[in-house]
Design a protein around this ligand. Sequence first.
Ligand SMILES: Cc1cc2nc3c(=O)[nH]c(=O)nc-3n(C[C@H](O)[C@H](O)[C@H](O)COP(=O)(O)OP(=O)(O)OC[C@H]3O[C@@H](n4cnc5c(N)ncnc54)[C@H](O)[C@@H]3O)c2cc1C
Length: 239
Amino acid sequence: MQPVKCSAEVIDIRVLTHDVKEISLRMIDPPQLEFTAGQYISIEVTEMKDGHPRQNNRPYSIASSPEEKEIITLCVNLVKGGPGSTQIHSLQMGDKLKFLYPLGYFTVKEAATSLLFVATGTGIAPIKSMIVHLLRSGSRRPMTLYWGLRSEIDLYYQEAFTSLAKEYPFFKYCVTLSRPTDAWTGLRGRVTTLLPGLIQTVENLEAYLCGNGEMIKEVRTLLIEKGMPRKSVHYEKFY
Ligand SMILES: Cc1cc2nc3c(=O)[nH]c(=O)nc-3n(C[C@H](O)[C@H](O)[C@H](O)COP(=O)(O)OP(=O)(O)OC[C@H]3O[C@@H](n4cnc5c(N)ncnc54)[C@H](O)[C@@H]3O)c2cc1C
């Protein structure tokens, strides 16, 4: 399907951390958004070029699950001085947004394999959509999520993933902090440092990686070295 122009209205803004907001958008045109978990929208933003405002676009993954067609959510990290993320973080209730959709091929392939998800930062957005969709739609594929964040003040969605892991025993969830305080009793270190010791086998496994390019490169290399076929490592690089 060719990307089409859409519009939506901001109906909820949740401050998740000091630099991450979750924005809920109610679709206006079309009234319902048909998408596949993992896809993104491309939002029109205004940036300054040579002192003049210029229209540009920034991609943002849909964090909500595709069953929710009338309201979609985004999970956006504020990048200092970045026009796109600053514009999104400045949105107020009732503001209207224009964007293109549907975009992207970072979607879970149908197979009988186990699933490994690895995210850093807001790279969790498409992965949350995928996991919630798989679980709600009755998938019984064993899945593990490793999520790397910096410190305790960067934590969000913990309750959501912990509850899912309790409800669905075949879903395992681990968060690791690269710079925790001394009080942190959970996993410590970057996901890239921890994964070699945590992945026992890559047999019958498909991997979905999302976040910063360095993590993706390192984890991809690790998985391929462990014997995972290249085509089984899927990724979306945010930057
Ligand atoms: C397919 C796709 C989906 C994306 N989905 C999301 C999403 O769901 N949530 C989200 O927060 N971002 C997402 N991004 C990143 C987003 O599109 C922008 O790049 C980001 O918001 C920065 O845009 P900006 O205009 O504020 O800053 P820019 O001036 O465009 O970028 C400034 C610098 O910020 C760095 N940067 C970009 N993204 C991040 C980030 N998330 N954290 C830290 N540094 C960053 C880059 O190195 C870049 O050079 C996605 C990117 C892609 C390619």
